[in-house]
Ligand binder design. Structure first.
Ligand code: BG6
Length: 494
């Protein structure tokens, strides 16, 4: 079993109030994350977890139902029934039929019993409700300078709607109280990107257009849209994945080292990258982007349905795959293409960043074989691994024959520690008041501005989805001419 860490930091008492508190995210991610930290001994303070739901009549059975859920999902993991019981006793369900002082009466009574606790409001509802909830909390006198608010994505569906949501929320909360979650930033392997880049002189020296030929960021999923058809069909791969997770990965790969590891410094460096992304135009969108939608196919020999069947519609223009070739127009990254790809119903699930280095300037070896370039492959999931592909001499006679060999570091083999779920770190950071791993409003505006250059250009150029079979690697080369085959070049090799 993994070693438990000793936690010396004393936390301030808190109430975590989750709107959408009986939803899937709350049950599968938020409460189990806190449970893990409770088991690790990190929740060394007084606290309550309050699930707010619009449906009434479940108050008396909520704890029991969650106990069953947690016990089943933990299976053989740590924790025993006594610990589960203690944790679940902190969990309360409160019904609030509408966001108003009247609707929040019971919530107010409950929180009134813990006046000196900090209130953390977690909005796990559609973002269209964020404004009304914030207003009602303020009108009920439930917010003060110590309160915090956690916002789940998607924050709007365009720059304008995202700004409108922000305007509503900032009537109640200051920017320093707002925590915009992107769960990718809570992943251990994603955080390791900072350490890899900024704690290793070797890589940082070579991390620029002098030495790097291109960068590829891939997040492939084998799952389809599951039970989220309504939401997904309004978003598509661009808004669901690129606008947040993939752009955050681009930022971490491309940003300058902040001079100190503090929230504003880190976030300011990321904003600079988002603002330097080259906007798409009606012309560049044709050769430097592709979007697709999956049709029927099979994954691991199991037949799966098409996107349209999954969402139960005859027609939809929503993309389930997107690939983009973009540039970070600044000094460090001049002319280095960043290839960004994501798709649902791909052959397997994997997320990976590949740094392709340039070839050596002069090949002095007599072999006719092409000398491959070095590659740093950072595998984020499902396995956590780093590989450095380097040319190596093949032993024995025959002169200098060489081939690419990988130097491998398997994260799992190198550490005994448990790999925490992304939400654990993020929720604890909210309790602590550390905003480093959360998006600032400036980041959001810059991300939306760039995303809109894509959505507008798709519209102006009349870009259509290319169909791809579920279980494949997405739209194939057939639709692209010779020098545009970047979309599938490396993707297909897996
Ligand atoms: C979510 C998206 O933010 O991230 C989902 O809404 C996607 O569509 C998920 O499946 C992927 O997260 P992970 O952690 O499984 O890579």
């Amino acid at each position: 079993m993994a070693k438990a860490r000793k936690h010396t930091e004393q936390f301030k008492n808190f109430n975590l109030v989750v709107f959408g508190g009986t939803g899937d995210l709350a049950l599968r991610k938020i409460y189990p994350a806190l449970y893990q930290r409770f088991i690790d001994g990190q929740l060394n303070c007084e606290y309550n977890i309050v699930a707010v739901s619009r449906k009434s009549g479940y108050e008396s059975i909520f704890q029991e139902q969650f106990t069953t859920f947690l016990t089943q999902s933990l299976k053989n993991e740590k924790g025993n029934s006594a610990e589960i019981k203690t944790f679940v006793s902190k969990l309360h369900l409160i019904t609030a039929e509408e966001p108003s002082p009247k609707g929040y009466k019971t919530l107010k009574e409950f929180l009134g019993r813990f006046k000196d606790y900090q209130n953390i409001f977690y909005y796990s509802t559609p973002s269209s409700a964020f404004g009304a909830i914030s207003e009602a909390l303020k009108a009920s006198g439930l917010t003060n300078d110590r309160s915090k608010v956690v916002l789940e994505k998607p924050l709007g569906h365009s720059l304008q709607s995202s700004n409108a949501i922000n305007d509503q929320i900032t009537k109640t909360f200051k920017e320093s109280q707002i925590y915009r979650i992107d769960h990718y930033l809570g992943k251990e392997t994603v955080q390791n990107l900072m350490v890899l880049r900024f704690a290793n002189n070797l890589f940082e020296r070579a991390w620029n257009s002098e030495n790097i030929d291109s960068i590829q960021i891939t997040v492939a999923e084998s799952l389809g849209v599951e039970k989220r058809a309504g939401y997904y069909d309004q978003s598509g791969a661009l808004l669901d994945m690129v606008q947040n997770h993939l752009l955050q990965l681009v930022c971490l790969v491309a940003m300058e080292p902040p001079y100190v590891l503090e929230a504003n410094e880190v976030r300011n460096e990321k904003v600079k990258i988002l603002r330097s992304l080259r906007p798409f135009t009606k012309h560049s969108i044709k050769t430097e982007s592709i979007k697709g939608q999956y049709t029927r196919g099979s994954i691991d020999d199991v037949k799966v349905s098409s996107y349209l069947e999954d969402i139960d519609k005859y027609e939809s223009k929503t993309e389930t795959f997107v690939a983009l070739k973009t540039y970070v127009d600044n000094w460090r990254w001049k002319n280095v293409p960043f290839y960004i790809r994501t798709g649902k119903r791909m052959k397997t699930r994997y997320s990976e960043i590949v740094i392709n280095f340039k070839e050596v300037k002069h090949n002095l070896f007599p072999s006719k074989e092409r000398m491959n370039n070095n590659k740093l492959i950072i595998r984020l999931q499902p396995e956590e691994r780093i590989e450095l592909i380097q040319m190596t001499k093949v032993p024995g006679p025959g002169g200098y024959r060489y081939k690419p060999i990988a130097l491998k570091l398997d994260y799992i083999d190198s550490f005994d520690e448990r790999f925490p779920e992304a939400y654990e770190r993020l929720i604890i950071d909210v309790v602590r008041g550390n905003q480093t791993l959360f998006m600032s409003q400036d980041e959001l505006v810059a991300a939306w501005t760039w995303i809109e250059s894509i959505t507008n250009s798709w519209k102006n150029a009349g870009t259509k989805n290319v169909l791809y079979e579920a279980g494949s690697w997405g739209p194939g080369d057939q639709i692209l001419n010779e020098d545009e085959s970047w979309v599938t070049k490396s993707w297909n090799k897996k």
